[in-house]
Ligand binder design. Sequence first.
Ligand SMILES: Nc1nc2c(ncn2[C@@H]2O[C@H](COP(=O)(O)OP(=O)(O)OP(=O)(O)O)[C@@H](O)[C@H]2O)c(=O)[nH]1
Ligand SMILES: [Mg+2]
Length: 424
Amino acid sequence: MAEKLPHLNLAFIGHVDHGKSTTVGRLMYETGAVDPHVIEGYRKEAAAQGKATFEYAWVMDSLKEERERGVTIDIAHRRFNTDKYYFTVVDCPGHRDFVKNMITGASQADAAVLVVSTIDGVQAQTREHVFLSRTLGVNQLIIGMNKIDATTPPYDEKKYLEVKEEISKLLKMVGYKVEDIPFIPMSGLMGDNLAKPSENMKWWKGPTLLQALNNLKVPEKPTKLPLRVPVQDVYTISGVGTVPVGRVETGIMRKDDKIIFEPADVAGEVKSIEMHHEEVNEAQPGDNIGWNVRGVGKKDIRRGDVCGHPDKPPMVAKEFKAQIVVLQHPSAISAGYTPVFHCHTAQIACTITAILAKLDPRTGGVKEQNPAFIKPGDAAIIMVTPSKPMVIEKVKEIPQLGRFAIRDMGQTIAAGLCMDVTPR
Ligand SMILES: Nc1nc2c(ncn2[C@@H]2O[C@H](COP(=O)(O)OP(=O)(O)OP(=O)(O)O)[C@@H](O)[C@H]2O)c(=O)[nH]1
Ligand SMILES: [Mg+2]
């Protein structure tokens, strides 16, 4: 049944202890995804360990260290469904030491619930998570104004309006359209306005969290953007010919289309398209395909090349400008550093030739022009020169091909977006 409903990836983000795991746990319980006996068991066990009130959080926090410390450390995935959607929920950690796990969670999300304690309002990781969500392309937000049961007096509309204003300012600053975003007064712990409208807030006429989740939109397939199919692998099949395989990121590929591969710079024609071992006439975003090309040899193209139409060919960069967030690095990053950039299926050593500005990750504003170096936690605008030709697109034009991760020494050093490209 759940498999037939449209699917959405949903991340819960926000400052440490503001109630993300509790809200997810209670929502699971109220929608029947978690058995009441399980919660009852956690309630007793948590109380016995001096961790009373963490019973719902334990649905998501299953590591021993998480339960002992009462904080989420790693991201946890859980599934649940409403009558309209089937959700995969990613519960992110709020603690500043685990921001990189939050980034992994948010980078997979179609939408996010930002949980903010109505008692404490906007805090450091509220700002940081909002900025990162924006950078990572999370376009739909719901604000869960949590712990409304514990304001003074409880369920206080005045406090709600005050904190709502504070959050709105932050969202506007990084470019979210506040008019489209619901701000729901709720209690993850008591269950107010999660699955059922609360009796304790007669002043609230808006949706419950569950209704807001049902109002989310399945992201539209980017069929109107230019065709981009990054090549994952290339085969030669006897009697058929050259067959690259990959996932269509944007646009539509049709049988008999003229196509071009970049940066290889070879052109051909689509003889046939195969998906799940069946021949199809066209392929759309999200489809994993193998396509037989006329006029292209196996040796002409390789993993990391991108297939497009000749009238709007993939952009090959000589140099590009990017915004990055540094996640981890043993020391500091300065101009001249040459790690590997992972962008679509390409993995290419690129030199950071200049650091133009250091940004405040909590606001996105410029903190320092031309800094000598940047460190974990910093965001920055940089100039990059690939060691060989590389396809990358401006994130404003083709978002799917404008994001990348920077890796070195077996770690993800940074995540980023391409702002501008100097073509080859
Ligand atoms: N009064 C009240 N307490 C809450 C509410 N939601 C969560 N809490 C309490 O806040 C504490 C932290 O809750 P968590 O759910 O672990 O918070 P979190 O946001 O997941 O924290 P991290 O994952 O570590 O960032 C626990 O003691 C919860 O019982 C709420 O709506 N009202
Ligand atoms: Mg948590």
